[in-house]
Design a protein around this ligand. Structure first.
Ligand code: NDP
Length: 489
């Protein structure tokens, strides 16, 4: 791996034009492990120029050929699975086993899914028979779909390659050219993806990867007049800023934002399954997944037993060096983020919450990780559902449990946040499952499961958790412009 990463622009690996770099820190050790270009608007301009120049030929390339190249890229990701998983673990602090089992295979799956989806699309056609001044007029309406041009793709640090490829795959498969701006906190696998894209034979300029900070490189991309499409995944406040910035140039924007996802456990649930999955849903990737179930609402009759078992499950998670194969709970992404997570736990304490386990920085698992950002899995009870730790996204290994007495009360608590991303319902009563899922104000509801993702389904959030949907046909539609042609017969 080079000491300093580079941007991929027009098929070439190049430093930022200013030559400025930022340190990239391994969260498990606190040490700088590489440097990343601190790109700015000059680099974004160069990437946009390359993407614009590549667009006519790429959008005109037969889908079968685009598909072939993208499938080759998926193969290369699988070939390099171990190398990529190790890089993802070093960069983000996530357990290497998680990166190997989930993050990297999903990146390959994203490319495969959209590379093959474009071979099976169809266009809508409407036979029309409309009243006219002299009698019926017959016409045929055909809706064409064309790629929109240059797409700006901005992704966060929690699932670095997984989420970046979730955007790149549909964008380029549908014939757009792209500029990807990964989080500067986790640039490594994006850099490696750039190398693999060149090896796969993607034409220069089709995929450009520009590293750098959000307020500089990210903002330059969002406000660029020649970038009509922006797909963003990240925090709600950043999403708001992007929506404002894109409004001036009437960009089409998809926003996948934060969540404060309720997990409703009814007394008639299969408790073993509900507890085991709730532990995973709370603490996978150290709780740094937008879909994590961070608020657990439990029917009062089983509340105490559930909490005891949840605490046991939390404490049993193997905290360790992320590069150790047996580790289940790695480092948080940074010291700054750990401080933010801890501040919410302190606030919960001040508000009278009971810390049932965790609630502090964890002892380092070994000498290599002595300065790492490790935080114990934390379970809190006794907090008012309206308080800040229950309302704001903590995005760490912290889960808050609240009892409820009736279905209506559970729904009222579940829906009483500004977020509307995902929810979970645990019940063995089908009628209740229907009743509750219909009334939950979230865009995704999992019944008796969590994180079962079929890539054909619409993915996104409602309320302050996002605008628009990606995945399946929604993504194909997002990255294409419908044009209706009406032919009078
Ligand atoms: P941020 O919103 O801080 O950053 C996300 C990306 O946006 C990064 O690449 C960041 O760059 C960039 N960025 C920051 N400011 C701007 C700006 N003004 N203009 C353009 N780009 C900008 O989120 P985090 O990286 O902290 O990620 C965590 C958040 O992501 C959580 O809220 C989580 O819920 C959400 N998320 C949502 C998902 C969903 O599908 N709904 C999935 C996963 C995460 P840089 O990092 O370099 O500053």
């Amino acid at each position: 791996m080079p000491d300093t990463l580079t941007n991929l622009i027009d098929g070439e690996q190049v430093p930022a034009q200013s030559a400025a770099t930022l340190d990239s820190i391994e969260p498990a050790t606190g040490l700088v492990h590489t440097r990343v270009p601190d790109s700015d608007d000059a680099d974004i301009d160069a990437a946009v120029a390359a993407a614009r120049a590549a667009f006519p030929a790429w959008s005109d390339t037969p889908p079968a050929e685009r598909s072939r190249l993208i499938l080759r890229l998926a193969d290369l990701i699988e070939r390099d699975l171990d190398r990529l998983a190790r890089a993802e673990s070093i960069d983000s602090g996530k357990p290497i086993s998680l990166a190997r089992a989930v993050d990297i295979p999903r990146a390959a799956a994203n490319f495969r899914f959209f590379a093959t989806a474009i071979l099976h699309t169809d266009s809508a056609a409407h036979q029309s028979n409309l009243p006219g001044p002299g009698g019926a007029i017959r016409a045929l309406n055909v809706t064409l779909r064309k790629p929109r041009g240059v797409a700006g793709l901005i992704s966060p640090w929690n699932l670095p390659l997984y989420l970046l490829t979730w955007k790149i795959a549909p964008a380029i498969a549908t014939g757009n050219t792209a500029i990807a701006k990964p989080s500067e906190v986790t640039p490594l696998t994006a850099f490696m993806l750039g190398e693999l894209a060149v090896e796969a034979g993607l034409p220069p300029g089709v995929l450009n990867i520009v590293h750098g900070r959000g307020p500089t490189a990210g903002a330059a991309l969002v406000s660029h007049p020649d970038v009509p499409t922006i797909s963003f995944t990240g925090g709600t406040e950043t999403g708001r800023a992007i929506a404002h910035a894109g409004a001036d140039t009437f960009k089409r924007i998809s926003l996948e934002l934060g969540g404060k996802n309720p997990n409703l456990v009814f007394a008639d649930a299969e408790l073993d399954d509900a507890v085991a999955t709730s532990v995973r849903a709370a603490f996978t990737n150290q709780g740094q997944i937008c879909l994590c179930g961070s608020r657990i609402l439990v029917e009062r009759s089983i509340h105490d037993e559930f909490v005891d078992r949840l605490v046991a499950g939390a404490m049993a998670r193997r905290l360790g060096d992320p590069l150790d194969e047996s580790t289940e709970h790695g480092a948080l992404v940074s010291e700054d983020h750990l401080a933010k997570v801890d501040s919410y736990v302190q606030l919960a304490r001040e508000l009278g919450g009971e810390i049932r386990c965790g609630g502090k920085r964890a002892a380092p698992p070994n000498n290599r990780c002595k300065d790492g950002a490790f935080y114990e899995p934390t379970v809190i009870t006794g907090l008012d559902p309206a308080c800040r730790p229950q309302q704001e996204e903590i995005f760490g290994p912290v889960v808050i449990v609240t009892p409820f007495d009736t279905d209506d009360e559970a729904l009222a608590i579940a829906n009483a946040t500004p977020y509307g991303l995902a929810s979970m319902v645990w019940t063995s009563n089908l009628k209740r499952a229907h009743h509750v899922t219909e009334r939950l104000d979230t865009a995704i509801v999992w019944v008796n499961c969590w994180m079962l993702r079929d890539l054909r389904t619409p993915f996104g959030g409602m309320k302050h958790s996002g605008l628009g949907r990606e995945g399946g046909k929604d993504a194909l539609n997002f990255f294409t412009e419908p044009k209706n042609v009406c032919i009078r017969l």
